[in-house]
Design a protein around this ligand. Structure first.
Ligand SMILES: Cc1ncc(COP(=O)(O)O)c(C=O)c1O
Length: 361
């Protein structure tokens, strides 16, 4: 199986390559999905960390961007993005608090919160700014977020501290399991609905009910959600394929890697964990897949080596040939790269800096 046009010749491997046409189709597809459901799209920019892609998402109708850190927010604000949601229960102390306030004074800002203590800190940091707080709800992923019933209490504390409350958000990350997408999407809607009721009981309105992940985006409940925050959809990755949330033709980013060694039916590539990232959820069939050889699995990784096993008979890629590796989790791969090589129709057309690379604080 070969997906899309071959890579341009003479790439300096390893490098991350973006197929511009597949990227464009992914971005346009999600924009149209959200528009069709009447739900705002606020893509998570931690996936690409790239100004060029953020611009395109906004041009396609995104209402703003989601980010995870103050550092990411600063990069996109510097580039002119005027509407940012830090979807994270920020601990706004010390210099982080000062940076957050400076951001709040120059862009329309929303910040996540999930505890009374966190809200008190946000209130003292952001007093007098127009920043809105969005209360994080645990819809079943059990990472961060309060139970829906407790949302009103945290929201009331925020309002009492002088902060504006925009609504509630959740990340249905438990959809990252085989056969779990439908349940996670149902949990997401139920939790956001219950949290909105909790705010109502506290005399507050949850105008924003923000959810979404890439695996659950197609299944979202537009009667409950007002906003969707997928990130991975821009590039897709091996996790999405193995979950059945995306097809091979949606893979817009691969790591181009050279075959440097062959032993029997195993190859070794020059892209290791420092290029692909090392994420491997318990159900993943390996550390990544090959775009042109779906039967192969990346079975071992070291820093500069990936071992690829081919289970079946048949020709193997030659020594010295370049193959396209689909990382398990594209966000962690991108965070390791200085730039993305952009190709279209087998020609190198651009190089995009990973502008928010490493801005994890
Ligand atoms: C809070 C939050 N929102 C949105 C997303 C985007 O979801 P996905 O990575 O499935 O595209 C994530 C991903 O980790 C997240 O943590």
């Amino acid at each position: 199986m070969t997906v899309g046009p071959p890579l341009p010749a003479d790439l300096q491997t390893p490098c991350l390559v973006v197929d511009r046409d597949v990227l464009e189709a992914n971005l346009a597809g999600m924009a149209s999905h959200a528009r069709g459901l009447g739900v705002s799209l606020r893509p998570h920019a931690k996936t690409h960390k790239c100004l060029e892609i953020a611009d395109r998402q906004l041009a396609l109708g995104a209402v703003g961007l989601t980010v995870a850190t103050v550092g990411e927010a600063e990069v996109f604000a510097d580039a002119g993005c005027a509407d940012l949601f830090i979807a994270y229960p920020l601990w706004a102390a010390g210099s982080r608090g000062r940076r957050l306030r400076a951001l709040a004074e120059r862009v329309s800002l929303r910040v996540g919160a999930e505890s009374r203590e966190g809200v008190e800190l946000l209130a003292s940091t952001l007093a007098g700014t127009a920043t809105a707080v969005v209360i994080e709800i645990d819809s079943g992923h059990h990472r961060t977020g309060v139970t829906p019933e407790f949302a009103g209490e945290v929201a009331a504390a925020a309002q009492g501290g002088g902060l504006r409350v925009a609504g509630v958000f959740t990340f249905p990350g438990h959809g990252y399991g085989p056969g779990e997408r439908e349940r996670a999407a149902t949990d997401e809607a139920r939790a956001l609905g219950a949290a909105a009721s909790s705010l109502r009981d506290a005399g507050l309105e949850a105008r924003v009910r923000s959810g979404g992940s890439t695996p659950t985006a197609a299944l979202l409940d537009p009667h409950t959600l007002t906003e969707l925050r997928p990130g991975v959809y821009a590039f897709s990755d091996a996790q999405q394929i193995e979950l059945g949330a995306a097809g091979w033709d949606s893979v817009a980013l691969t790591a181009a890697a050279t075959v440097v060694s062959r032993r029997g039916r195993n190859l070794v590539l020059d892209a290791g964990s420092k290029v692909l990232g090392a994420d491997r959820l318990p159900w993943a069939t390996g550390y990544g897949r090959l775009l042109d050889h779906p039967e192969a699995r990346v079975t071992a990784l070291s820093e500069h080596h990936a071992t690829v096993s081919f289970p079946t008979d048949g020709p193997l890629p030659d020594l010295g040939s370049v193959v396209r590796v689909v990382p398990n989790h594209v966000c962690t791969a991108v965070n390791l790269a200085d730039e993305l090589v952009v190709v279209a129709d087998s020609a190198l057309i651009d190089q995009w800096p990973v502008a928010a690379r490493g801005r994890n604080a």
